[in-house]
Design a protein around this ligand. Structure first.
Ligand SMILES: Cc1cc2nc3c(=O)[nH]c(=O)nc-3n(C[C@H](O)[C@H](O)[C@H](O)COP(=O)(O)OP(=O)(O)OC[C@H]3O[C@@H](n4cnc5c(N)ncnc54)[C@H](O)[C@@H]3O)c2cc1C
Ligand code: SF4
Ligand code: SF4
Length: 339
Protein backbone atom coordinates (compact mmCIF):
# COMPACT_ATOMS: atom_id res chain seq x y z
CA UNK A 1 0.00 0.00 0.00
CA UNK A 2 2.82 2.35 0.91
CA UNK A 3 4.82 1.41 -2.22
CA UNK A 4 1.83 2.24 -4.41
CA UNK A 5 1.20 5.44 -2.47
CA UNK A 6 -2.32 4.38 -1.55
CA UNK A 7 -4.05 5.52 1.62
CA UNK A 8 -6.48 2.60 1.66
CA UNK A 9 -6.92 -0.73 -0.11
CA UNK A 10 -9.77 -3.21 -0.41
CA UNK A 11 -8.84 -6.88 -0.73
CA UNK A 12 -11.22 -9.37 -2.31
CA UNK A 13 -9.06 -12.22 -3.62
CA UNK A 14 -11.75 -14.87 -3.06
CA UNK A 15 -11.10 -18.47 -2.01
CA UNK A 16 -9.55 -20.44 -4.83
CA UNK A 17 -7.49 -23.23 -3.30
CA UNK A 18 -9.37 -26.53 -3.39
CA UNK A 19 -9.43 -28.27 0.01
CA UNK A 20 -7.73 -31.65 0.12
CA UNK A 21 -8.93 -34.71 2.00
CA UNK A 22 -6.68 -37.15 3.84
CA UNK A 23 -7.42 -40.19 1.70
CA UNK A 24 -4.85 -42.93 1.06
CA UNK A 25 -4.18 -42.74 -2.65
CA UNK A 26 -2.56 -45.26 -5.00
CA UNK A 27 0.27 -44.09 -7.30
CA UNK A 28 -1.75 -44.11 -10.51
CA UNK A 29 -4.96 -42.61 -9.05
CA UNK A 30 -6.34 -39.76 -11.12
CA UNK A 31 -7.42 -37.06 -8.62
CA UNK A 32 -8.22 -33.43 -9.38
CA UNK A 33 -9.78 -30.56 -7.52
CA UNK A 34 -13.07 -29.11 -8.67
CA UNK A 35 -12.00 -25.47 -8.94
CA UNK A 36 -9.05 -26.41 -11.18
CA UNK A 37 -11.31 -28.56 -13.38
CA UNK A 38 -13.85 -25.76 -13.74
CA UNK A 39 -11.18 -23.14 -14.33
CA UNK A 40 -9.55 -25.26 -17.04
CA UNK A 41 -12.88 -25.26 -18.91
CA UNK A 42 -12.00 -21.75 -20.08
CA UNK A 43 -8.89 -22.89 -21.93
CA UNK A 44 -8.41 -24.82 -25.17
CA UNK A 45 -7.50 -28.12 -23.44
CA UNK A 46 -10.52 -29.51 -21.67
CA UNK A 47 -9.86 -31.66 -18.57
CA UNK A 48 -9.53 -35.42 -19.21
CA UNK A 49 -11.94 -36.94 -16.71
CA UNK A 50 -12.59 -40.31 -18.29
CA UNK A 51 -15.75 -42.38 -18.66
CA UNK A 52 -16.66 -42.88 -15.00
CA UNK A 53 -16.22 -39.78 -12.87
CA UNK A 54 -16.72 -39.62 -9.13
CA UNK A 55 -17.16 -36.21 -7.48
CA UNK A 56 -16.61 -35.97 -3.73
CA UNK A 57 -18.56 -33.23 -1.92
CA UNK A 58 -22.05 -31.84 -1.48
CA UNK A 59 -21.97 -28.13 -2.28
CA UNK A 60 -22.81 -26.16 -5.42
CA UNK A 61 -19.27 -26.70 -6.67
CA UNK A 62 -19.77 -30.48 -6.54
CA UNK A 63 -22.97 -30.12 -8.54
CA UNK A 64 -21.31 -27.78 -11.08
CA UNK A 65 -18.38 -30.10 -11.67
CA UNK A 66 -20.58 -33.21 -11.90
CA UNK A 67 -22.80 -31.53 -14.51
CA UNK A 68 -19.69 -30.37 -16.34
CA UNK A 69 -18.30 -33.93 -16.38
CA UNK A 70 -21.54 -35.15 -17.99
CA UNK A 71 -21.27 -32.49 -20.67
CA UNK A 72 -17.65 -33.48 -21.32
CA UNK A 73 -18.85 -36.98 -22.22
CA UNK A 74 -18.65 -39.01 -19.00
CA UNK A 75 -21.05 -41.94 -19.25
CA UNK A 76 -21.44 -42.11 -15.49
CA UNK A 77 -21.01 -39.26 -13.05
CA UNK A 78 -21.56 -40.05 -9.40
CA UNK A 79 -21.46 -37.60 -6.52
CA UNK A 80 -20.38 -39.20 -3.25
CA UNK A 81 -21.68 -37.25 -0.28
CA UNK A 82 -21.35 -38.14 3.40
CA UNK A 83 -24.78 -36.94 4.53
CA UNK A 84 -28.34 -36.89 3.14
CA UNK A 85 -30.10 -34.73 0.55
CA UNK A 86 -31.74 -32.63 3.28
CA UNK A 87 -28.30 -31.85 4.75
CA UNK A 88 -26.66 -31.13 1.39
CA UNK A 89 -25.50 -27.50 1.17
CA UNK A 90 -26.06 -27.32 -2.62
CA UNK A 91 -29.19 -25.49 -3.80
CA UNK A 92 -32.05 -27.98 -4.04
CA UNK A 93 -33.02 -26.84 -7.55
CA UNK A 94 -29.46 -27.46 -8.76
CA UNK A 95 -29.50 -30.95 -7.25
CA UNK A 96 -32.79 -31.56 -9.07
CA UNK A 97 -31.39 -30.32 -12.39
CA UNK A 98 -28.30 -32.52 -11.99
CA UNK A 99 -30.47 -35.58 -11.31
CA UNK A 100 -32.56 -34.78 -14.42
CA UNK A 101 -29.34 -34.79 -16.44
CA UNK A 102 -28.43 -38.27 -15.21
CA UNK A 103 -25.95 -37.37 -12.46
CA UNK A 104 -26.17 -40.00 -9.73
CA UNK A 105 -25.71 -39.30 -6.04
CA UNK A 106 -24.48 -41.77 -3.47
CA UNK A 107 -25.70 -40.48 -0.13
CA UNK A 108 -24.27 -41.27 3.31
CA UNK A 109 -20.90 -42.36 1.97
CA UNK A 110 -17.26 -41.36 2.47
CA UNK A 111 -14.30 -42.26 0.32
CA UNK A 112 -11.61 -44.03 2.32
CA UNK A 113 -9.05 -44.95 -0.35
CA UNK A 114 -8.45 -44.41 -4.04
CA UNK A 115 -6.82 -46.77 -6.54
CA UNK A 116 -6.10 -46.47 -10.28
CA UNK A 117 -9.59 -47.40 -11.51
CA UNK A 118 -11.61 -47.81 -8.33
CA UNK A 119 -12.19 -46.38 -4.91
CA UNK A 120 -13.33 -47.73 -1.57
CA UNK A 121 -16.34 -46.27 0.19
CA UNK A 122 -17.61 -46.56 3.72
CA UNK A 123 -21.32 -46.29 4.44
CA UNK A 124 -22.25 -43.67 7.05
CA UNK A 125 -25.20 -43.03 9.38
CA UNK A 126 -26.22 -39.69 10.84
CA UNK A 127 -26.07 -39.34 14.60
CA UNK A 128 -28.74 -37.42 16.54
CA UNK A 129 -26.89 -34.14 15.84
CA UNK A 130 -26.89 -34.82 12.10
CA UNK A 131 -23.16 -35.64 11.86
CA UNK A 132 -22.12 -38.64 9.77
CA UNK A 133 -20.69 -41.59 11.67
CA UNK A 134 -18.87 -44.62 10.18
CA UNK A 135 -20.65 -47.99 10.08
CA UNK A 136 -17.80 -50.35 9.18
CA UNK A 137 -19.65 -51.36 5.98
CA UNK A 138 -17.49 -50.97 2.87
CA UNK A 139 -17.91 -51.25 -0.88
CA UNK A 140 -15.86 -50.62 -4.00
CA UNK A 141 -16.77 -48.36 -6.90
CA UNK A 142 -15.19 -48.12 -10.32
CA UNK A 143 -13.83 -44.67 -11.16
CA UNK A 144 -11.52 -43.33 -13.86
CA UNK A 145 -11.10 -40.07 -11.99
CA UNK A 146 -12.01 -38.52 -8.67
CA UNK A 147 -12.78 -34.82 -8.43
CA UNK A 148 -12.59 -33.30 -4.96
CA UNK A 149 -15.17 -30.61 -4.28
CA UNK A 150 -14.66 -30.23 -0.56
CA UNK A 151 -14.67 -26.45 -0.33
CA UNK A 152 -12.06 -23.80 -0.99
CA UNK A 153 -9.41 -22.10 1.13
CA UNK A 154 -8.18 -18.53 0.82
CA UNK A 155 -4.67 -18.10 -0.61
CA UNK A 156 -3.14 -16.29 2.34
CA UNK A 157 0.41 -16.32 0.93
CA UNK A 158 -0.08 -12.86 -0.56
CA UNK A 159 -0.72 -11.44 2.91
CA UNK A 160 2.25 -13.00 4.67
CA UNK A 161 4.17 -9.73 5.01
CA UNK A 162 1.18 -7.61 6.08
CA UNK A 163 1.45 -6.67 9.75
CA UNK A 164 -1.53 -6.73 12.08
CA UNK A 165 -3.83 -9.05 10.14
CA UNK A 166 -5.78 -11.55 12.18
CA UNK A 167 -6.34 -14.90 10.51
CA UNK A 168 -8.86 -17.31 11.97
CA UNK A 169 -10.16 -20.54 10.44
CA UNK A 170 -8.36 -19.65 7.22
CA UNK A 171 -10.14 -16.33 6.72
CA UNK A 172 -9.09 -12.71 7.30
CA UNK A 173 -10.91 -11.16 10.24
CA UNK A 174 -12.51 -7.73 9.79
CA UNK A 175 -14.26 -5.24 12.04
CA UNK A 176 -17.79 -3.89 11.61
CA UNK A 177 -16.29 -1.23 9.28
CA UNK A 178 -14.80 -4.03 7.11
CA UNK A 179 -11.25 -2.96 8.00
CA UNK A 180 -8.69 -5.67 8.77
CA UNK A 181 -6.28 -5.42 11.71
CA UNK A 182 -3.98 -3.37 9.45
CA UNK A 183 -5.17 0.26 9.38
CA UNK A 184 -6.28 1.20 5.88
CA UNK A 185 -6.60 -2.36 4.54
CA UNK A 186 -10.20 -3.41 4.14
CA UNK A 187 -11.39 -6.83 2.95
CA UNK A 188 -14.57 -8.58 1.86
CA UNK A 189 -16.11 -11.43 -0.13
CA UNK A 190 -15.06 -15.06 0.23
CA UNK A 191 -11.78 -14.22 1.97
CA UNK A 192 -13.54 -12.95 5.13
CA UNK A 193 -15.97 -14.92 7.32
CA UNK A 194 -19.21 -14.76 5.36
CA UNK A 195 -21.78 -16.64 3.39
CA UNK A 196 -19.89 -17.34 0.19
CA UNK A 197 -22.31 -16.04 -2.43
CA UNK A 198 -22.13 -13.43 -5.18
CA UNK A 199 -24.75 -11.24 -3.49
CA UNK A 200 -22.76 -11.16 -0.24
CA UNK A 201 -19.57 -10.29 -2.13
CA UNK A 202 -21.24 -7.46 -4.04
CA UNK A 203 -22.80 -6.15 -0.82
CA UNK A 204 -19.40 -6.21 0.90
CA UNK A 205 -17.93 -4.08 -1.91
CA UNK A 206 -20.65 -1.45 -1.51
CA UNK A 207 -20.41 -1.42 2.27
CA UNK A 208 -16.60 -1.26 2.24
CA UNK A 209 -16.64 1.66 -0.23
CA UNK A 210 -18.73 3.68 2.22
CA UNK A 211 -16.49 2.82 5.16
CA UNK A 212 -13.33 3.57 3.17
CA UNK A 213 -14.72 6.94 2.09
CA UNK A 214 -15.55 7.80 5.71
CA UNK A 215 -12.18 6.52 6.97
CA UNK A 216 -10.30 8.69 4.45
CA UNK A 217 -12.26 11.72 5.69
CA UNK A 218 -11.56 10.80 9.31
CA UNK A 219 -15.24 10.12 9.95
CA UNK A 220 -17.34 7.11 10.84
CA UNK A 221 -19.93 5.88 8.38
CA UNK A 222 -23.30 5.41 10.07
CA UNK A 223 -25.90 3.76 7.85
CA UNK A 224 -29.22 5.61 7.56
CA UNK A 225 -31.95 4.27 9.83
CA UNK A 226 -34.15 1.70 8.12
CA UNK A 227 -37.93 1.73 8.29
CA UNK A 228 -39.53 -1.26 9.90
CA UNK A 229 -40.10 -4.23 7.60
CA UNK A 230 -43.32 -3.98 5.58
CA UNK A 231 -45.32 -7.18 5.77
CA UNK A 232 -47.86 -8.33 3.21
CA UNK A 233 -50.98 -7.03 4.98
CA UNK A 234 -49.48 -3.52 4.96
CA UNK A 235 -49.51 -3.59 1.13
CA UNK A 236 -52.30 -3.00 -1.37
CA UNK A 237 -51.13 -5.25 -4.19
CA UNK A 238 -54.33 -4.55 -6.17
CA UNK A 239 -52.65 -1.26 -7.09
CA UNK A 240 -51.26 -3.13 -10.09
CA UNK A 241 -53.38 -5.62 -12.01
CA UNK A 242 -52.29 -9.28 -12.07
CA UNK A 243 -49.75 -9.98 -14.76
CA UNK A 244 -49.37 -13.23 -16.67
CA UNK A 245 -46.73 -15.57 -15.26
CA UNK A 246 -43.54 -15.28 -17.26
CA UNK A 247 -42.45 -18.66 -18.57
CA UNK A 248 -38.68 -18.60 -18.63
CA UNK A 249 -37.17 -20.92 -21.23
CA UNK A 250 -35.67 -24.16 -19.83
CA UNK A 251 -33.45 -26.39 -21.95
CA UNK A 252 -34.57 -30.04 -21.99
CA UNK A 253 -32.49 -32.54 -20.01
CA UNK A 254 -31.21 -34.45 -23.08
CA UNK A 255 -29.86 -31.37 -24.88
CA UNK A 256 -28.27 -30.18 -21.65
CA UNK A 257 -26.02 -33.24 -21.48
CA UNK A 258 -24.34 -32.67 -24.82
CA UNK A 259 -23.30 -29.04 -24.53
CA UNK A 260 -22.96 -25.93 -22.48
CA UNK A 261 -26.04 -24.00 -23.66
CA UNK A 262 -27.82 -21.91 -21.03
CA UNK A 263 -30.15 -24.20 -19.02
CA UNK A 264 -32.48 -21.71 -17.39
CA UNK A 265 -33.22 -18.61 -19.43
CA UNK A 266 -33.57 -15.28 -17.65
CA UNK A 267 -35.95 -12.36 -18.17
CA UNK A 268 -35.64 -10.55 -21.47
CA UNK A 269 -35.36 -6.77 -21.53
CA UNK A 270 -39.12 -6.23 -21.98
CA UNK A 271 -40.04 -8.63 -19.14
CA UNK A 272 -37.47 -7.08 -16.83
CA UNK A 273 -38.70 -3.52 -17.49
CA UNK A 274 -42.34 -4.59 -17.12
CA UNK A 275 -41.69 -6.29 -13.78
CA UNK A 276 -39.57 -3.40 -12.51
CA UNK A 277 -42.42 -0.98 -13.25
CA UNK A 278 -44.73 -3.14 -11.09
CA UNK A 279 -42.40 -2.95 -8.08
CA UNK A 280 -44.30 -1.72 -5.02
CA UNK A 281 -41.07 -0.50 -3.44
CA UNK A 282 -42.29 -1.82 -0.08
CA UNK A 283 -42.21 0.83 2.62
CA UNK A 284 -40.76 3.51 0.33
CA UNK A 285 -43.04 6.16 -1.16
CA UNK A 286 -42.93 5.96 -4.95
CA UNK A 287 -45.08 9.06 -5.42
CA UNK A 288 -48.25 7.44 -6.74
CA UNK A 289 -50.28 10.40 -5.37
CA UNK A 290 -52.91 8.11 -3.80
CA UNK A 291 -52.64 9.72 -0.35
CA UNK A 292 -52.77 13.16 -1.96
CA UNK A 293 -55.90 12.18 -3.89
CA UNK A 294 -57.83 10.45 -1.07
CA UNK A 295 -57.21 12.81 1.85
CA UNK A 296 -60.63 14.39 2.61
CA UNK A 297 -58.99 17.37 4.32
CA UNK A 298 -56.31 18.34 1.79
CA UNK A 299 -53.75 17.70 4.52
CA UNK A 300 -51.22 16.04 2.20
CA UNK A 301 -48.76 18.50 0.70
CA UNK A 302 -46.81 17.60 -2.43
CA UNK A 303 -43.16 18.60 -2.11
CA UNK A 304 -42.36 18.13 -5.80
CA UNK A 305 -40.92 15.35 -7.92
CA UNK A 306 -38.48 13.18 -5.92
CA UNK A 307 -39.16 15.07 -2.69
CA UNK A 308 -42.25 13.09 -1.69
CA UNK A 309 -44.94 14.50 0.65
CA UNK A 310 -45.56 16.17 3.96
CA UNK A 311 -48.62 16.03 6.19
CA UNK A 312 -50.07 19.32 7.41
CA UNK A 313 -51.02 18.36 10.96
CA UNK A 314 -53.15 21.48 11.37
CA UNK A 315 -55.54 20.01 8.78
CA UNK A 316 -55.10 16.25 9.36
CA UNK A 317 -57.85 14.75 11.51
CA UNK A 318 -56.20 11.35 11.76
CA UNK A 319 -58.83 9.41 9.79
CA UNK A 320 -56.17 6.94 8.50
CA UNK A 321 -57.53 6.81 4.96
CA UNK A 322 -54.13 7.68 3.48
CA UNK A 323 -52.51 4.82 5.44
CA UNK A 324 -55.14 2.36 4.26
CA UNK A 325 -54.86 3.50 0.63
CA UNK A 326 -51.06 3.69 0.35
CA UNK A 327 -50.10 0.75 -1.88
CA UNK A 328 -46.72 0.14 -0.30
CA UNK A 329 -47.13 0.74 3.45
CA UNK A 330 -45.07 3.95 3.37
CA UNK A 331 -47.25 5.90 5.83
CA UNK A 332 -47.36 5.12 9.51
CA UNK A 333 -49.82 6.57 12.05
CA UNK A 334 -48.30 7.41 15.44
CA UNK A 335 -50.12 8.84 18.49
CA UNK A 336 -49.87 12.63 18.63
CA UNK A 337 -47.83 12.71 21.84
CA UNK A 338 -45.24 10.30 20.33
CA UNK A 339 -44.33 12.68 17.48
C1 LIG B 1 -17.96 -23.66 -8.67
C2 LIG B 1 -18.60 -22.55 -7.91
C3 LIG B 1 -19.94 -22.32 -8.06
C4 LIG B 1 -20.54 -21.26 -7.38
N1 LIG B 1 -21.86 -21.05 -7.57
C5 LIG B 1 -22.44 -19.98 -6.97
C6 LIG B 1 -23.81 -19.68 -7.19
O1 LIG B 1 -24.50 -20.40 -7.91
N2 LIG B 1 -24.34 -18.59 -6.59
C7 LIG B 1 -23.57 -17.78 -5.79
O2 LIG B 1 -24.08 -16.76 -5.30
N3 LIG B 1 -22.28 -18.04 -5.56
C8 LIG B 1 -21.69 -19.12 -6.13
N4 LIG B 1 -20.37 -19.38 -5.88
C9 LIG B 1 -19.64 -18.53 -4.94
C10 LIG B 1 -19.23 -17.21 -5.59
O3 LIG B 1 -18.55 -17.47 -6.81
C11 LIG B 1 -18.29 -16.46 -4.64
O4 LIG B 1 -18.93 -16.31 -3.37
C12 LIG B 1 -17.97 -15.06 -5.15
O5 LIG B 1 -17.44 -15.12 -6.46
C13 LIG B 1 -16.95 -14.40 -4.21
O6 LIG B 1 -16.58 -13.15 -4.70
P1 LIG B 1 -15.16 -12.55 -4.32
O7 LIG B 1 -15.12 -11.21 -4.99
O8 LIG B 1 -14.90 -12.63 -2.88
O9 LIG B 1 -14.08 -13.51 -4.99
P2 LIG B 1 -13.92 -14.00 -6.48
O10 LIG B 1 -15.16 -13.86 -7.28
O11 LIG B 1 -13.31 -15.35 -6.38
O12 LIG B 1 -12.89 -12.97 -7.09
C14 LIG B 1 -11.56 -12.88 -6.63
C15 LIG B 1 -10.72 -12.28 -7.74
O13 LIG B 1 -9.43 -11.95 -7.24
C16 LIG B 1 -8.45 -12.40 -8.15
N5 LIG B 1 -7.21 -12.65 -7.40
C17 LIG B 1 -6.95 -13.65 -6.53
N6 LIG B 1 -5.70 -13.53 -6.04
C18 LIG B 1 -5.18 -12.41 -6.57
C19 LIG B 1 -3.94 -11.74 -6.46
N7 LIG B 1 -2.97 -12.20 -5.66
N8 LIG B 1 -3.77 -10.61 -7.17
C20 LIG B 1 -4.73 -10.12 -7.98
N9 LIG B 1 -5.92 -10.71 -8.13
C21 LIG B 1 -6.14 -11.83 -7.45
C22 LIG B 1 -9.05 -13.67 -8.74
O14 LIG B 1 -8.44 -13.97 -9.98
C23 LIG B 1 -10.51 -13.26 -8.90
O15 LIG B 1 -10.72 -12.59 -10.11
C24 LIG B 1 -19.77 -20.44 -6.53
C25 LIG B 1 -18.39 -20.67 -6.38
C26 LIG B 1 -17.81 -21.72 -7.05
C27 LIG B 1 -16.33 -21.98 -6.89
S1 SF4 C 1 -54.95 10.62 8.19
FE1 SF4 C 1 -56.76 11.28 6.99
S2 SF4 C 1 -56.72 13.47 7.19
FE2 SF4 C 1 -54.73 12.81 7.84
S3 SF4 C 1 -53.49 12.95 6.00
FE3 SF4 C 1 -54.29 10.87 6.09
S4 SF4 C 1 -56.15 10.92 4.89
FE4 SF4 C 1 -55.61 13.03 5.34
S1 SF4 D 1 -47.09 7.74 0.58
FE1 SF4 D 1 -47.99 5.96 -0.38
S2 SF4 D 1 -49.94 6.67 -1.21
FE2 SF4 D 1 -48.72 8.48 -0.78
S3 SF4 D 1 -47.71 8.90 -2.72
FE3 SF4 D 1 -46.32 7.67 -1.50
S4 SF4 D 1 -46.71 5.61 -2.17
FE4 SF4 D 1 -48.46 6.81 -2.86
Amino acid sequence: MRAGNFDAAFLAVGAHIGKRAFIPVGDAAHIMDAVSVLRSMEGEDKPMLGRRVVVYGGGNTAIDVARTAKRLGATETIIVYRRTREKMPAHDFEVEEALQEGVMIKWLSTIISVGEHNLAIEKMVLDEKGYPQPTGEFETMEADSLVLALGQDVDLSLLQSVAGLEIKDGTVQIGSNMMTGHPGIFAGGDMVPSERTVTTGVGHGKKAARHIDAWLRDRTYVPAAKHEPVIFNMLNPWYYSDAPKIMRPVLDAIRRQSGFEEVQGGLNENNALFEARRCLSCGNCFECDNCYGVCPDNAVIKLGHGKRFQINYDYCKGCGICVAECPCGAIKMVPEDAQ
